[in-house]
Each structure stands twice: as structure tokens, then as C-alpha cells.
Design a protein around this ligand. Structure first.
Ligand SMILES: [Zn+2]
Length: 130
């Protein structure tokens, strides 16, 4: 089963493209209807594959796998598209604790309350004491 089939919205988008019934497209898609197409059950926006919501988190993980910055993440995600892609990429980079700690996103420092939520190390570094 295609992931596209599990995403109700994307299923509707695909049907609207097949039927050329663009009135049925959600607003974010209607603006781009001239670039939409479908092939083998997959929806394309221009030459980009439209990612179903079930795969969105996974894609974000992959493109941020090496804690890349936003420009590199955009580049890695250049072949895929979804409606909130740009916002999600920014949020992913901004909300990454590892990037924050390494000073990559100093401009978007977490509020104090977020800092306080970081888990503290409570184990012991030495060997067993028993
Ligand atoms: Zn990161």
C-alpha cells in the first residue's frame, strides 16, 4: 500500500488531479494546480514528490540527520514537497536541542523554561559501588 493512500487529504488531491476537478483541491494545493500531476499513484508538485503526512516527520529526521542548517536541509529536501515544508524545516532546526547546545541556533535561543526542561545527568560516572 502506498503511503499516499493513507493520507486522506493527499488521496483527495490525487483524485482531484485525475478528474481535473481543481475546485476540490485544498487551498494550498489549488494555488499550485498548474504544477500538480500524478503518476503511479504518487502526487507530484512540479518535479517534486508530494510527501504524505505519515512520512513528513521521517523526512525531517533524515534531512536533519547530521544537524544540518536550514539551507542544507532545503537542499536535501529539494526533491520532495508538502504544504508546510518551509515552516517545518525552520522549526526542526530551531527546536533541535543538539543544535542549540552546539551554538548553531544562537539567534533563536530557547526560553529559560525550555532550558530547565533539559534532562539532568543523574547516573554516576564511576563503576558499580556494590
Ligand atoms: Zn540539530
Amino acid at each position: 500500500m502506498l503511503e499516499t493512500d493513507k493520507d486522506a487529504e493527499l488521496r483527495n488531491v490525487r483524485q482531484a488531479i485525475v478528474d481535473k476537478n481543481y475546485e476540490l483541491l485544498p487551498a494550498e494545493y489549488r494555488k499550485k494546480k498548474d504544477w500538480l500531476s500524478t503518476e503511479l499513484g504518487v502526487v507530484f508538485m512540479d518535479s517534486k514528490i508530494v510527501i504524505p503526512l505519515t512520512l513528513k516527520e521521517w523526512v525531517l529526521q533524515v534531512i536533519h540527520g547530521d544537524h544540518e542548517g536550514i539551507p542544507k536541509m532545503r537542499l536535501l529536501a529539494e526533491r520532495v514537497w508538502w504544504t508546510t515544508k518551509e515552516r517545518n524545516i525552520k522549526d526542526k532546526a530551531k527546536n533541535c536541542i543538539t543544535c542549540f547546545r552546539s551554538g548553531k541556533s544562537l539567534k533563536t535561543a530557547l526560553p529559560e523554561s525550555e532550558n530547565n526542561k533539559l534532562p539532568e545527568f543523574v547516573g554516576n560516572w564511576g563503576g558499580s559501588s556494590s
